[in-house]
Design a protein around this ligand. Structure first.
Ligand code: GLN
Ligand code: ZN
Length: 762
């Protein structure tokens, strides 16, 4: 029986790659220094995997920015707009071109935009979207993969296994940049290049090559299925003497199982963490020759593997296939895991004993093999840790479980229907038509960040710190009054991050020191870990909201983060379904909403920035997710009186397919991101006759550019063409924390002016 790994984090255990890239971009180090940092990370990663006893070790999984962008460069898929970079810049041209594609290029008199970036399937990792034209050509443009294999081979010998993004998923994850063709039809042109690459790797000595085809686990059209058949048959016809492994992950193969097991390759990898149930069908259909790699160690979470569970899956596979045809592996690339649990010295040892990061996960893979071969001691030690977690008082709080178990429809229903509430709220707040507001945060300046850092270090007392935050809040309120905003916010100066701020105050969360995961390019995130039943020991936001409300006679919004967003941006429990965890968080937020109401706050915004991003990959699973996600939101918002106005905010507003669920959230007001689409995203709301109030963002907060009053007024006019004017609010696309004050002030002044125009004209 073999063991393998599919990919390893490349940022380095101390985020060396992040730092080196940023220094390179700033011109502080040269390409040689950058490559040296990369070389060290790769060698260290390979050594770690060798030491763990892994048989097939990935190479070419390293990337300076993103592996899909690497693939585009390898295949010569370089949008026309970058040709000046290639011809103008000499010394480092390839890396300059590469980073230009990733980040845009503003030098040497050129101003070229970056390529689009989007989430890799259902992860929080962002890749650079390939851009295809109707006459797209492919060739081996960048030869990096061969060098990567060579250096890996020197260190790893036959264990070195090059990893490529598979040809079909590469096309499917890209985009057509002009009309008149379908990108999947490019497969005929693309496959010959893959054949060349594979043959060259074989000549260099590669025994195994991994092709990542996560799209095999998605809903596929007939044509897409045929593309898989065509591509792998064509490759098989022209390649021999090297073993190809097709890797799927993040979902079950389901209706694609026949197709997947019959691809003419040596091995297929399936994700048995996400979808353990698929093993039976895969085993039933698997042909004689095929080896099966079973992903039993979770590559997307931080928990220790339950060996008993995994061993039973491995044994089931071994019974049918024999040890020679089974490969043990993590569920997916470990790119999505933090690197090394050993670096965490501050986590409660009891809880730490339940956890595993990438390095520990490799050991798990190799221990699982040893257990299957009869090493029972390893199994016993693991059972103890699993049992300790299963029964720990730190995890399990009966009152929390009871409350969630007893949820009824009443917990998720406002007292009256929206039209009744709307009337009562109008009489209470006396807002003008087109009321103006913002999404919550104001610029997190260096001063504010330093304040927090100094307080954390102990250089400021709580009193000194709060005094400064109070002053920032007062200034922001005075200023909002001056420019004439209608519904004010306190500015969120006391918050580091919209999830962390709540996680730090709730029971059941822990924070790591080094648990970084790559989000995009050099950007890493450090998600909180939800380990136990979630409860709210005390008020979380009442102090700052009531302080702010007392400074003004205008309505002040209370500002909370919703349960789905907290879940989505954390590492979550794997010992209970996601909806149970979400409902626990929902009750905690519900209690906070009631506390705000009791303290006199009349308007509460519960941000669900990430509700769309939690959507399952397979269509068939979406209704169930949407049901519980929407219900969790409704739990947070129910229980208040009709006169209390509940807002929610959502980023990325491509809601076409889920609009009825957005309506089912039944927020009195939603604010969404729409300005970059010129209000086009509102059409779904219009078509659905969205019944509640809505604030389509009238300006893009991602750019420092100050929009004019006219621009925003014309967007408002467009919105008023689509939706009843008396339902419209006026606000930016999202929070302003990443902006600077001068542009924020100028933009909001113009926004208020645009609302005034709308009041007169519409
Ligand atoms: N209230 C948050 C803010 O204004 C919302 C941020 C978000 O939607 N990502 O920053
Ligand atoms: Zn937002």
């Amino acid at each position: 029986m073999l063991t393998q790994n599919l990919g390893y984090p490349r940022i380095g255990s101390q985020r060396q790659l992040k730092k080196a890239c940023e220094q390179f971009w700033a011109g502080k180090i040269d390409l040689k220094d950058l490559k040296e940092v990369a070389r060290k990370i790769k060698e260290e990663n390979w050594q770690t995997q060798l030491d763990a006893g892994i048989d097939l070790i990935p190479c070419n999984d390293f990337s300076f920015y993103d592996q899909v962008l690497d693939t585009s460069l390898m295949l010569g898929v370089i949008p026309q707009r970058y040709s000046p970079v290639l011809s103008q810049v000499k010394a480092n041209s390839e890396i300059d071109l590469y980073f230009a594609m990733a980040r845009g290029y503003q030098k040497d008199g050129l101003d070229i935009t970056a390529m689009e970036m989007t989430k890799w399937l259902d992860t929080n990792y962002h890749y650079i979207v390939p851009e295809f034209t109707a006459n797209q050509e492919f060739r081996i443009f960048h030869e990096n993969v061969f060098g990567e294999y060579n250096s890996a081979k020197q260190q790893l010998g036959q264990k070195a296994k090059p990893v490529l993004v598979g040809p079909v998923s590469y096309l499917l994850q890209g985009k057509e940049k002009e009309q008149g063709f379908e990108r999947i039809d490019l497969i005929k042109k693309l496959v010959p290049v893959y054949i060349d690459i594979i043959n060259r790797l074989k000549q260099q000595g590669a025994e195994w090559i991994q092709l990542d085809e996560p799209c095999l686990a998605l809903d596929l059209s007939k044509k897409e299925k045929e593309a898989f058949e065509f591509a792998y048959r064509a490759i098989a016809n022209r390649v021999s003497g090297v073993k190809l492994l097709v890797a799927t992950y993040f979902e079950a193969l389901l209706d694609n199982t026949q197709l997947a097991v019959n691809l003419p390759v040596a091995a297929l990898h399936v994700d048995l963490v996400r979808a353990p149930e698929q093993l039976d069908e895969v085993l039933a259909l698997i042909p004689e020759h095929l080896k099966l790699s079973i992903g039993v160690v979770d590559g997307r979470n931080v928990w220790k593997n339950d060996y008993e569970k995994s061993v039973s899956l491995i044994q089931k596979a071994v019974e049918k296939l024999g040890t020679d045809r089974v490969i043990v592996a993590p569920s997916c690339s470990l790119l999505h895991s933090p690197i090394d649990l050993d670096l965490e010295t501050a986590i409660d040892p009891e809880i730490k004993n339940w956890m595993a990061f990438a390095k520990q996960k490799l050991n798990e893979v190799s221990e699982l093999k040893q257990i299957t071969e009869g090493n029972n001691d390893l199994l016993e030690a693991n059972k103890k840790a699993i049992e300790s977690r299963r029964s720990s008082q730190k995890v399990h709080k009966q009152v929390v479980k009871d409350r969630v178990a007893a949820i009824t429809a009443a917990d998720a229903t406002r007292q009256s229907a929206f039209p009744v509430r709307q009337q009562i709220q109008r009489e209470r707040f006396h807002l003008p038509s087109f009321p103006t507001t913002t999404i919550g945060s104001f610029p997190q300046t260096d001063d504010i960040r330093q304040l927090r850092a100094r307080f954390k270090k102990g250089d400021l007392t709580l009193e000194q710190y709060e005094k400064e935050i109070e002053q920032a809040t007062i200034d922001a309120i005075r200023w909002q009054e001056e420019i004439g905003l209608d519904v004010l916010v306190h500015g969120e100066f006391e918050r580091n991050d919209m999830v962390e701020y709540f996680g730090e105050q709730l029971n059941g969360f822990l924070f790591t020191k080094n648990g970084w995961v790559q989000s995009y390019g050099s950007r890493c995130v450090k998600p909180p870990v939800i380990y136990g039943d979630v409860s709210r020991p005390k008020d979380m936001t009442v102090r700052w909201s009531t302080f702010a409300a007392a400074q003004t006679s205008r309505p002040m919004k209370g500002m909370l983060t919703g349960p789905v967003t907290i879940l989505q941006w954390s590492f979550v429990r794997d010992d209970q379904p996601r909806d149970v965890t979400t409902n626990q968080i929902a009750f905690a937020i519900h209690d906070e909403v009631l506390a705000l109401e009791a303290a006199g706050i009349g308007i509460v915004q519960i941000d669900e920035a990430a509700i769309r991003e939690g959507l399952p990959l397979r269509k068939a699973k979406r209704p169930h997710y949407l049901d519980w996600a929407v219900n969790a939101f409704r739990i947070t918002a129910s229980g208040v009186q009709d006169k209390t106005q509940i807002h929610t905010h959502m980023c990325y507003s491509e809601f076409n397919d889920i609009i009825e669920h957005i309506a089912a959230m039944d927020a009195d007001v939603i604010t969404i991101e729409t300005s970059r689409s010129q209000m086009e995203l509102l059409q779904a709301f219009a078509h659905f006759e969205y019944p509640n109030e809505i604030g389509p963002g009238v300006y893009d907060i991602h750019s420092p550019r100050v929009p004019t009053t006219e621009e925003m007024a014309s967007l408002l006019a467009k919105a008023a063409d689509l939706l009843p004017a008396q339902h419209l609010w006026v606000n930016p696309d999202c929070g302003l924390k990443t902006r600077k004050w001068p542009e924020t002030k100028a933009a909001l002044e113009n926004m208020v002016a645009a609302a005034k125009q709308a009041r007169e004209q519409i």
